[in-house]
Design a protein around this ligand. Sequence first.
Ligand SMILES: Cc1ncc(COP(=O)(O)O)c(C=O)c1O
Length: 403
Amino acid sequence: MADVISSLSNQNKQFLSDKVLLFTESVIREMTRQALVYGAVNLAQGFPDFAAPAEIKAAARAAIDGDVNQYAITWGAKNLRNAIARQMGLWQGISVDPEKEITVCCGSTEAMISALLAVCNAGDEVVIFEPFYENYGPDSVLSGARPRFVKLRPPDSDGGEWTFDEKELRAAFHKSTKAVILNTPNNPTGKVFTRTELELIRDLCVEFDVLAITDEIYEHILYDGTEHISMASLEGMRERTVTINGMSKTYSVTGWRVGWAVGPEKITNAIRKVHDFLTVGAPAPLQEAGAVALSLPAEYYERLAEGYRVRRDRLLPALTLAGFRCFLPRGAYYVMTDISAFGFEDDVAFTKYLVKEIGVAAVPGSSFYRDARDGARQVRFAFCKKLDTLDAAAEKLGKLRGW
Ligand SMILES: Cc1ncc(COP(=O)(O)O)c(C=O)c1O
């Protein structure tokens, strides 16, 4: 009998790798499917429901009409790499060699996994701030690295900042630490890491000879006068940082799948090898449009941030009125909330109720934590939506309070 049971359980795993059994499908993307099933307003997944800028769409059409329809150079079209290097110099004062230090990938998602696959050996540890963008968990598993989490703690008072404990961070670094993954401005918390915090992380990276892999995809979405500081711009970090970014969020084209990794030549060579055999290259015409996008004037970025500030300030009061406690985001386009007031068993039960009975899709907080219990009282909403969409959500959320 024991033999039969063991062969049955082996059959369940038949053909599957051990790695793939260690993580689930994305909860965020699942919530989008749920929103479609129940016809709910989708404040779950972080994609805009409004139009992408006309000049970028025109540039993509022109590239296709101009027959830029074959493979681009594996590590990225020259025009786009030049534009990325120019922008990093302009915005962060970081000088980058577009020939040797940039790899254009299929979204920053591919840039992150390529970077991890390029640098991690089995058993290496990767420090991750928690709550974290959910991809970093599976990314670590797939690259053979062991994640080590450091808590970001929510503010005690309204309008306060998410913080981490310096001692806890130091304790996470040791001999087998290969990299720290940083995401600023941060998804899901909206935290924008300060210079002092980044310097603290920098000092540990230098002391323990650790690489920083920084996801800066929300670099232009900032509120209340906060400033984005690139890790690579800090003294001592240029040679030990891989900066990840992309078109998705800054230019409202999440479906285009164009992102990039920027790092020192030796690491870039390794990333390019992984990227080449994973995907060969990102969409060629959209890379040409990317070069046009990255040449937009400074006012474009001001309008982008202001547009999101207006959306943030439209959604948060509605959430507060409905009974959520909101942790004010300083950057990115999400708000993490506390759902204690609703008395539900946990975040998953609550988001199920929300999508099915109230008609609003959100993401359960537990999907941003290793231990589901840590996120059991939290739910994340995305506000990268038209004001009409946010108003429709607000009206539905009113039902939570019976109005
Ligand atoms: C922090 C963070 N990194 C990366 C991504 C995915 O970016 P891309 O569309 O460039 O793959 C997201 C999308 O939500 C994100 O929030």
